[in-house]
Write a protein that binds this ligand. Structure first.
Ligand SMILES: Cc1ncc(COP(=O)(O)O)c(C=O)c1O
Length: 419
């Protein structure tokens, strides 16, 4: 359990080893082999502390929230709102009123594009994205482009997999209204200098709004949205050891308050008549209908779990694993590693020369190793790299050196079988 693990923790890899037992699923075999789960960038496994917190609600105190006058509803409402405060602290927001619960990170970005975008942007306004964005931070802006005629500009990546900051500076014009950028790339692991990106945008024009896609970064490092100076920050619960179906949108309060509702329905209104409805203040204005109550309670437990271990220890641990994996791949030879740079987190993407990524993934599966293969929802990035996909190993707090050894062993086998 989290508190126990935290007591054991020595801020080093040995300390985090004990966390593996908090994840029952990792004790299972896959294809008869020890499970080496290296796909946490897609979705992380859940510790018992999170499962128990959600179970406990459903077994002993479930009700809808914000509605009932009876005890279960009132108690759960308080717990739900307590998690909102916890999330605000987790990412350094000024107030819990700046935290909107959504369906996932994708939903959060769609909310911003549709609500902020349709209210504040117009034809010809420029939105800057980057070449390493997840589709979740591309397609919502393309939908907006079709609807109102904005222009999308793209920061290219350099050959080593970083953002080309010189080109970024040149993309800022008098028409730039919005920058929407990923903090840590899910496909490369690159950690982008988002504070610098935000500072440059605001220095160019203080009215430019910046969204940071923290789907990967919020899991591995301390976030302080006030220090970053972003207007929006999004992440998704299932990558932070919580259940799926829950996303977070942070919005600076004055910005959120300038935005119309995204979806209409129960719980987001002050009054409704057939002539006219009026809406609550943020964040409730953006939370129509019954929210993912149980997942929100799970997110509270997940944040407790991660905080008890310590984000600094988690980051160091995953970085160490990433470096060991990189060294193992290099010693194999015949490998292309994408973004072999210092500024990256616990993700390694690669291809074995002459072998298709999906064939590698299939053989690794037989070896008990779960990796992701394909385009990683980053098709424009794959085009830039001149590939149709790659193999990705991603690390979480529960991974260890045995996971890497098992993966490297599987890769030798794949090479032997496929070349
Ligand atoms: C960087 C990044 N952004 C956005 C998303 C979308 O997250 P979700 O599918 O939970 O909305 C992901 C998921 O892989 C991601 O890695």
């Amino acid at each position: 359990m989290a508190s126990q693990s935290a007591l054991n923790i020595g801020q080093d890899m040995a300390g985090l080893e004990s966390c593996r037992t908090d994840f029952a699923i990792l004790q299972q075999k896959m294809n008869g082999k020890r499970l080496s789960f290296l796909d946490s960038a897609a979705s992380a496994q859940k510790p018992m502390a999170v499962i128990k917190a959600m179970d406990d609600v459903m077994l002993h105190g479930y009700a809808n929230i914000h509605r009932g006058l009876y005890r279960f509803s009132q108690d759960l409402t308080l717990r739900y709102e307590g998690v909102r405060e916890q999330v605000a602290r987790y990412i350094g927001a000024a107030s819990e009123k700046e935290i909107v619960f959504t369906g996932n990170a994708t939903d959060s970005i769609n909310l911003v594009a549709q609500s902020y975008g349709r209210a504040h942007l117009k034809a010809g306004d420029e939105v800057i994205l980057s070449e390493m964005e997840h589709h979740a931070n591309i397609v919502p802006w393309q939908l907006l482009r079709e609807q109102i005629g904005i222009k999308i500009k793209v920061i290219p990546i350099t050959d080593d997999g970083a953002l080309d900051m010189q080109v970024y500076a040149s993309l800022l014009t008098e028409k730039t209204r919005f920058v929407s950028i990923v903090h840590m790339s899910n496909a490369l692991g690159t950690i982008n200098p988002v504070k610098d990106i935000i500072t440059k945008a605001k220095a160019h024009n203080p009215d430019i709004k910046v969204l940071v896609d923290g789907s990967q970064s919020a899991v591995h490092s301390h976030i302080n949205v006030q220090d970053l100076g972003c207007d929006f920050f999004v992440f998704t619960g299932h990558k932070l050891y919580c259940a799926p179906g829950l996303g977070v949108l942070y919005g600076r309060y004055d910005v959120l308050n300038s935005m119309p509702p995204y979806r209409g329905g129960g719980d987001m209104i002050e009054s409704v008549s057939f002539d006219r409805s009026t809406y609550k203040d943020p964040p409730f204005r953006f939370e129509a209908g019954t929210p993912p109550i149980v997942s929100v309670i799970g997110l509270g437990a997940a944040i407790d779990y991660v905080n008890a271990i310590g984000l600094d220890a988690i980051k160091r641990h995953e970085y160490d694993l990433m470096q060991k994996m990189t060294a193992g791949l290099k010693s194999m030879g015949d490998i292309d590693i994408y973004a072999d740079i210092a500024d990256k987190g616990g993700i390694v993407s690669f291809n074995i020369h002459g072998v298709h990524a999906s064939d590698v993934g299939t053989i690794l599966d037989q070896c008990g190793v779960a990796v992701r293969t394909g385009h990683h929802c980053c098709m424009p990035l794959m085009s830039k790299l001149g590939i149709d996909g790659c193999v990705r190993a991603s690390f979480a707090l529960y991974n260890n050196v045995d996971d890497i050894d098992q993966c490297i062993e599987g890769l030798y086998k794949a090479k032997e079988m496929l070349l």
